[in-house]
Structure formats: C-alpha cells, structure tokens
Design a protein around this ligand. Sequence first.
Ligand SMILES: Nc1ncnc2c1ncn2[C@@H]1O[C@H](COP(=O)(O)OP(=O)(O)OP(=O)(O)O)[C@@H](O)[C@H]1O
Length: 301
Amino acid sequence: MIQIDSLTKTFGGFLAVDDVTFTAQPGRVTGFLGPNGAGKSTTLRILTGLTPATSGSATVNGRRFSDLPNPGLEVGVLLDASAQHAGRTGREILTVAARTMGLPARRVDEMLDLVSLTPDEATRRVRHYSLGMRQRLGIATALLGEPEVLVLDEPANGLDPAGIRWMRDLLRDYADGGATVLLSSHLLHEIEVIADDLVVIGQGRIVAQGTKAELLATAGTLVRTPHHRELATALARRGLAHATASHGPDALRVEADPALVGSVAHEVGVPLVELRAADGAGLEEMFLELTAETQREGAAA
Ligand SMILES: Nc1ncnc2c1ncn2[C@@H]1O[C@H](COP(=O)(O)OP(=O)(O)OP(=O)(O)O)[C@@H](O)[C@H]1O
C-alpha cells in the first residue's frame, strides 16, 4: 500500500505539490492524472526517496523509501526510462540490479523474457535502444525483485499501440496478483482503461479522487438538443451546473442524472436528440475542467 499524507513541496517560493493526500491500495491500479507540470513526477520522486518533501509524508507499506532495507524487493520504480546507464547493455543493467538486490542470475533471463527483449537486444548498449525498448528494460528492472508495490511515471511513453496494450495487460495482471500499482499520466484515456482508482491533480492540488466508477458517475449526463440555449437557461434556473460538451455545438454536459435533465427539458418543451450518462468522454471533459487553470492551451476555456 502507498500512503501520501499532507505532502507539500516547494521549490524556492514555488508550490509544486500542495497538501496532497491519497492512498493506493493493494490489488488495484491507481491512476495519478494531471496536465503537464501538475506535480505528478515531484510526488513520485518524493515517494521514491529522490527528492525530500518540504512537509508531510509518503510511505510504502508504512515506511519511507529511505527506511526500506532492500527497496527493490518492496517497490519497483520506473520514473525515467532514459536515465539508465547508456554505456551498459540491457543484460548488464539487469545483472547489476539483481546482484544489488541479492537475486539469482536466472531472474535476469526471466525478466528479459517477460518484457520481450530478445537475446540480441539484451546485448546491445542502452544508448542504441529505442524509447520503447528502454521502457521495457525499465519495467524489467522494476519487476526484478517481485515487489508488492509498483510506481511508474508515464510508463506508456514511447510505446507503440501493441506495446501500450502489452504494458496494460502486464500491470493489470500484476495488480490482480495482489500488488499495489500506481502510475501517472497526463492522458486520461491512456489510464482510464486500466485504472481502478483515479487521483486527479492540477497545480499541485488534488482536484478529484475516487474509484473510476464513482468519477464516471459524477461525470454527469450528456444531452444534445438543437435548442441548447433554451435548455441551458432552464438548467441554470434550476441551479444545475452544465458546460458545453465536445460532442458538438448542440451538446451539453450536465452535473445531474439523465432523468432530471430529461424532466427539465420536458418542462420547457425542448426536444432532445440524445440523453445519456456521460461516459469516458464525459470523464475526459471533467478532467479538463478540473485542471483547466493549468491547461497551457486553455483547452477548457
Ligand atoms: N527541481 C525543480 N526546481 C524548480 N521547479 C521544479 C523542480 N522540479 C519540478 N519543478 C516544477 O514543479 C512543477 C511540477 O513539476 P512535475 O514534474 O512534478 O509535474 P508533472 O505533473 O510530472 O508534469 P509532466 O506531466 O509534464 O511530467 C512544475 O512547474 C515544475 O517546473
């Protein structure tokens, strides 16, 4: 289990992580989501002992990373796949890591096999690896000690669609085996399919968290009508929050259930083209709205 408790980090006067609290549970994949610069990597770097916290705490199985006697056996970490020693071969990197953790040499071959790096690729120097191969090697290193906890920063970076599917299945199986899996991404759809729980961060602060099902439920209702202005006015009169949805100029996303939205439309005689619970697309919009202040392109403005 991972516990982040009132975690705060400032760089000079800049507040990068602001009183962040969440847990990632065993047997579940927790997606840590937020736009660029939201504070995800900083949180994960504190969790894995690479950066000190300004205040608050981050623990793995109840202990700080720096207090774990043999961290690789308890927590597998993949933060920056490009940070691996470029002059070593993939096999050498795994062999050194296995020795450091006191693991038998056969684990190296098992891991190479697991991440589908061929014997030829394993003897190439990492500087000649593609980003996808580096991610695979990073995953192999993280899983070497069969840790109960996995922490991965943007693991899908550089992977092709088949690689993304492979990574997703691997992490799903790992969590199904009882492990705690925490992974970050700035792309909702990348982790929406795999995450059981979501923690959404924007400008260093948690803006939403819960199970995916809960967050989907709060994504509200998608409604389409040619008379969207009249409907918007009627919804506003009832105090129901709504926003234009990206499904088209005639679409609204309303923070209420479909039955209520339908009855408001009926009251004001507005015909509807579509009325349904907002799905993943609704979640995407909610994510954009929640983190709007940190969207550089003003995507949700
Ligand atoms: N060492 C540092 N010194 C100063 N500012 C930093 C430092 N590390 C991170 N920051 C700032 O803290 C903020 C959060 O950065 P962080 O890397 O945690 O974001 P992120 O959510 O991981 O973003 P991305 O999706 O782009 O990786 C950013 O504004 C970043 O510039």
